[in-house]
Design a protein around this ligand. Structure first.
Ligand code: NAD
Length: 257
């Protein structure tokens, strides 16, 4: 098993990438701390992990709140003794996120608070725990829009993911000699609730698909596979990486017919 005896805290694990990662990491031997603001989704993930024979607990925490982040890490160490993998994955794409002219300040502030500040707070409390464990792996979910401008505007989201990428690189450099690796997972457009709520018409979906060489949206499970690599010792010489898992979207100038 690739994560035997490891403890992984995954934020946003009540759905999508986080849930698939919880299931996959548990299958590979990790004990999972499922963190979400959605109690129902979080508890469902825990039940799914346990049904498959794994170990998991649910912690309700809002990643934009310092006290919640401190508590989620405390509960991880209390339940399983140590923390080895910190997957800062929770994020939102607000339905009113738009271009600079039309995005309201409340949308900007909320998006930055969850997507960018949430990663900082996860690290603020999580990195000391990784140190106590003798090292570990931090994975921050950014996005392909951190490296490409999207024609369907979502300015706050894009800015927040750019911040995730920048802070990932700096964290990687700062903690490299502490046996702590920090990488950014950059998914392409996925067939998850988060994006499908945003691309809510066939026209909007097609507008996106035209740019993806593979001609399809990715699956949350495919992101979990990539996160597993970053979480495990197989990626022992990988840190500060912009790990793009995007069906070729960032490689394409013109996509095949
Ligand atoms: P999702 O909506 O299925 O899951 C996100 C989870 O985060 C939900 O369970 C939600 O309740 C939780 N969450 C939201 N705000 C939170 C908060 N303040 N505190 C704790 N939990 C909170 O979405 P997903 O597609 O699995 O997204 C996971 C990550 O991947 C996000 O950071 C997202 O930006 C990123 N991403 C998604 C796509 C995509 O196309 N879906 C593409 C690139 C990047």
């Amino acid at each position: 098993m690739r994560l035997a005896n490891r403890v992984a805290l995954i934020t946003g694990a009540g759905s999508g990438i986080g849930r698939e990662s919880a299931l996959l990491f548990a299958k590979e031997g990790a004990s999972i701390v499922v963190v979400d603001i959605n109690d129902q989704g979080g508890n469902e993930t825990v039940a799914m992990v346990r049904e498959a024979g794994g170990q998991a607990i649910f912690v309700h925490a809002d990643v934009s709140k310092a006290a919640d982040c401190e508590r989620m890490v405390q509960q991880a160490e209390e339940a399983f003794g140590h923390l080895d993998i910190l997957f800062n994955n929770a994020g939102i794409m607000h339905s009113r996120d738009d271009d600079a002219v039309n995005t309201e300040e409340d949308v900007w502030d909320l998006t930055m608070a969850i997507n960018a500040k949430g990663v900082y707070l996860g690290c603020k409390y999580g990195i000391p725990a990784l140190r106590r464990a003798g090292g570990g792996s931090v994975i921050n979910t950014a996005s392909f829009v951190a490296v490409l401008g999207a024609a369907t505007p979502q300015l706050a989201y894009t800015a927040s993911k750019g911040a995730v990428l920048a802070l990932t690189r700096e964290l990687a450099v700062v903690h490299a000699r502490e046996n702590i690796r920090v990488n950014a997972l950059c998914p392409g457009p996925l067939h998850t609730e988060l994006l499908m709520k945003f691309l809510d018409t066939e026209e909007k979906k097609q507008r996106r698909l035209v740019h993806i060489p593979m001609g399809r949206f990715g699956q949350a499970r495919e992101m979990a596979q990539a996160a597993l690599f970053l979480a495990s010792d197989e990626s022992s010489y990988v840190t500060g990486a912009t790990f793009l898992v995007d069906g070729g979207i960032t490689a394409a100038y013109v996509t095949p017919e």
